[in-house]
Design a protein around this ligand. Structure first.
Ligand code: SAM
Length: 255
C-alpha cells in the first residue's frame, strides 16, 4: 500500500476497504452480484434492505446504487465502521440509516422495529458469532421478517470433519489471492486500520471500538450444514445456497 501524508477521506477509506476485503475474499464482487440478482428476482422493485454487520456500508451502498427506489438500514457494532458508513451512505439522499447494534445482545433488533424488511444481507461477518449465537440471531431474524422476505449470508464456511483436502485447497487458494493482492498494493487488515486511525473524526472513536470488541475470541467452526439446519430450525421455509467458490458461499433462506 502506498502511504500518503494527507489524512484519508471517508471515500478513500471505503475504496481501500473494498480492495482490502477483496484480498481476503477472492470473488467478493461475484458474491455481491448474486445477492443483488436474487433481490431483483424475488423482492419488490423498491426493497427495504437490512445490511447486517455492514462495516463501512459496502452492501447498502451497492443496493442503493442498483435499486434507485430502495431503502437500506445498515447496522454494525463497530463505532468507527458505522461512522464511515454514515458518511458514505449520505450520498444516497436520505435512503440509508445507520444503526449501531451488537448482534449478540438480547435486544439487538429493538432499534429496527420501525422498518419492515424485504431482505437481510450480510457478508464476511457472521463467522464472529458462536453456533449458539447464530441460532439465536437466525431465530430473531425469522421473527423480524415477514413471510416471503429473504436472508442472504455470504461468508467463508470452512470445511470441517474429514474434508481435509478441500480445507487445504481452500487455504492455499486464500493465501495465493492475498499474496497477489498485497503485492498489487491492497492494504492488509492491519494497514487499513492504521489508515483509518489517521482520520481526525475516527481516531477519537478507536478506544470505544477497543472496549466494545475487547472480549470476542474466534469462534468454533460452523460449517454450511450447521447454517442450513439452524435456519430451518429458526423458521425459514426454504434454505439452500445460491453461490459457492471453494469454501466461500452465499447462503439463501426464505421466510
Ligand atoms: C469483515 S467485516 C465485513 C463488513 C461488510 N459486511 C463487508 O463485507 O465489507 C465484519 C463486520 O462484522 C462486524 N461485527 C462483528 N461482530 C459483530 C457484532 N457482534 N455485532 C455487530 N457487528 C459485528 C464488524 O464490526 C465488521 O464490521
Amino acid at each position: 500500500m502506498t502511504v500518503s501524508l494527507t489524512p484519508p477521506t471517508f471515500e478513500d477509506l471505503l475504496s481501500q476497504w473494498e480492495r482490502q476485503q477483496a484480498a481476503y475474499v477472492a470473488h467478493r464482487e461475484s458474491r455481491f452480484q448474486v445477492m443483488l440478482d436474487v433481490l431483483d428476482l424475488l423482492c419488490p422493485a423498491d426493497p427495504t434492505v437490512l445490511d447486517l454487520a455492514c462495516g463501512p456500508g459496502s452492501i447498502a451502498d451497492r443496493v442503493l446504487h442498483r435499486f434507485p427506489g430502495a431503502r437500506a438500514v445498515a447496522t454494525d457494532y463497530d463505532p468507527v465502521l458505522a461512522q464511515i458508513a454514515r458518511s458514505v451512505l449520505a450520498r444516497h439522499d436520505g435512503r440509508a440509516t445507520v444503526v449501531e447494534a451488537d448482534l449478540v445482545s438480547a435486544d439487538w433488533s429493538s432499534a429496527l422495529s420501525a422498518w419492515t424488511f424485504d431482505a437481510v444481507l450480510s457478508s464476511t461477518a457472521l463467522h464472529w458469532l458462536s453456533p449458539g449465537q447464530l441460532l439465536a440471531l437466525y431465530t430473531e431474524l425469522a421473527r423480524l421478517l415477514p413471510p416471503g422476505a429473504v436472508l442472504l449470508n455470504a461468508d467463508h464456511l470452512r470445511f470441517g470433519g474429514d474434508r481435509q483436502v478441500l480445507r487445504r485447497l481452500s487455504a492455499e487458494h486464500d493465501s495465493a489471492v492475498q499474496r497477489e493482492a498485497f503485492a498489487g498494493g491492497a492494504a492488509t487488515w492491519e494497514q487499513w486500520w492504521e489508515l483509518a486511525a489517521r482520520h481526525p473524526e475516527l481516531a477519537p472513536l478507536l478506544p470505544e471500538r477497543e472496549r466494545r470488541f475487547a472480549d470476542r475470541p474466534p469462534q468454533p467452526l460452523a460449517p454450511l450444514e450447521f447454517h442450513l439446519a439452524a435456519l430451518r430450525t429458526a423458521g425459514f421455509t426454504e434454505v439452500g445456497t445460491v453461490w459457492q467458490y471453494l469454501d466461500d458461499y452465499v447462503v439463501f433462506a426464505r421466510r
